[in-house]
Design a protein around this ligand. Structure first.
Ligand SMILES: *Cc1c(COP(=O)(O)O)cnc(C)c1O
Length: 422
């Protein structure tokens, strides 16, 4: 692809984009604001507003406690089955509960107990810090019988795929990685890592937070063991929406939720005094589900299913390639580095650009240029491409405004300190 830096080129790509009309299915209150952070918090789908109204006014307001029998009780499985279609899982292999971090904790402890006698856990230094904290907490809880090995990336951008494979042996209980890593957007070959780990008897737990809804994932074809992920990023489920967890069908009865509670109890309304895990994935529930935020995930997932993950991926690849080419022509001469893989097959749906003045450029972009990216230390300006609503014109404008900020040194008015949430 040879790109022109002319805006008419972007406008032309938008005109020919078969998914362009999906943008109208989202609430866009300010058409002049360019939102490049759909990988942190997806936009609000139009359909979520009447759904919220229905849940609050009619289901809660009118139906009251009867709502539990009208669909609230089964919402974790119902929404899970919808999400399953996005990640190549069977409907009964996905359930929605708690946060991503809590689901990770539950599955890590369950997996380590199943893998008794194996003492090593493999991950990489590109993993999301919360995931590493959860692993450290799980090791602590299990009386420090396990050793966490954090394999370093060769360059801070690409995952250490061969380094991980070289460390696999009969001592490894669990390999756990972000499928698409949060800073650089590097995406692992899920099937290849899973296969290599299985060859030595290790289980693999994938964090799909930055993949689900943007990168096609086929858990079934890969015979993946375990996975977790967020619903508020590319899935547009809303701030703090509960997360999903996946357990391959044949592992479900072998794994035990360490946070036992009544929602995971077999026959919960028997009010037995003894805990008996429910069969299937309900055993990974603990307490009462957050019905409203859980139910609101559905409209976001439906938009993704309607557009089709393969078409979304095709657009995302075209858009990230366009952004990388614009970077090379316009931004690289101004000191920006590409902190994401150059090979489109090795990256998810966001691009990180580095610059020595990254933080101050980020502040100028938000405050003076009406573009919302996010910032990840030390110098990454992260640009999320959400193919349901990101336009080629958005990408073009973002790049041209980045150029202006640096060419005219507009960032110099900002201090070096970071605000709390970047
Ligand atoms: C966003 C994200 C999370 C978020 O975890 P929460 O428990 O929802 O705060 C976890 N892991 C990865 C890889 C993420 O990108």
């Amino acid at each position: 692809m040879t790109v022109s830096t002319d805006v008419t080129y972007a406008v032309d790509l938008d005109t020919r984009d078969p998914l362009a009309h999906f943008r109208q299915r989202f609430v866009i209150t300010n058409p002049d604001l360019i939102y490049m952070d759909g990988n942190s918090l997806g936009r609000l789908p139009q359909a979520t507003i009447p759904l919220a109204d229905e849940l609050i006014q009619r289901q809660w307001g009118d139906r009251l406690i009867r709502g539990w029998n009208d669909g609230w009780f089964t919402a974790p499985e119902r929404v899970g089955a919808r999400i399953a279609r996005l990640i190549g899982a069977r409907p009964d292999e996905v359930i929605v509960a708690d946060s991503t971090s809590v689901n990770l904790f539950k599955l890590v402890v369950a997996a380590l107990r199943l893998q008794r006698g194996r003492s090593r856990i493999l991950t990489d230094n590109l993993n999301f810090p919360s995931d590493l904290y959860v692993l450290q907490g799980a090791i602590d809880l299990l009386d420090r019988q396990h050793k966490l090995e954090i394999v370093p990336s060769p360059d801070g951008i690409h995952g250490p795929a061969s380094g991980l494979q070289a460390r696999l042996n009969e001592q490894v209980a669990l390999v756990t990685l972000s499928h698409t890593v949060f800073k650089s957007g590097y995406t692992y070959d899920l099937a290849a890592i899973t296969e290599a780990a299985h060859a030595t008897g290790a289980l693999v737990l994938w964090d799909l937070s930055h993949s689900a809804g943007s990168v096609p994932v086929d858990l079934r074809a890969a015979q993946a063991d375990l996975a977790i992920g967020c619903t508020y990023k590319y899935m547009n489920g809303g701030p703090g929406a509960p997360a999903f967890l996946y357990v391959r069908r044949d592992l479900q009865e072998q794994l035990h939720n360490p946070i036992t509670g009544w929602m995971g109890q077999n026959n919960l309304f028997g009010f037995d005094l003894e805990y008996q895990p429910a069969s299937g994935l309900r055993r990974f529930l603990t307490g009462t589900p957050p019905v409203v935020s859980l139910s609101l995930i559905e409209s976001g997932v439906d938009l993704l299913l309607e557009a089709g993950l393969d078409r979304l991926r095709a657009k995302s690849e075209q858009q990230s390639a366009y952004l990388v080419e614009l970077w090379e022509t316009v931004l690289e001469p101004l000191g920006f580095t590409l902190n994401s893989p150059r090979d489109v097959r090795q990256r998810g749906s966001h691009i990180s650009l580095g610059h020595a003045e990254g933080l101050r450029i980020d502040l100028a972009l938000i405050n003076d240029m009406h573009v919302i990216p996010d910032f990840r230390a030390p110098d990454n300006i992260r640009l999320g491409i959400a193919p349901l609503y990101t336009s080629f014109r958005d990408i073009h404008t973002t790049v041209m405004r980045l150029r202006k900020i640096v060419a005219e040194k507009l960032y110099e008015k900002y201090p070096q300190e970071a605000p709390t949430v970047t």
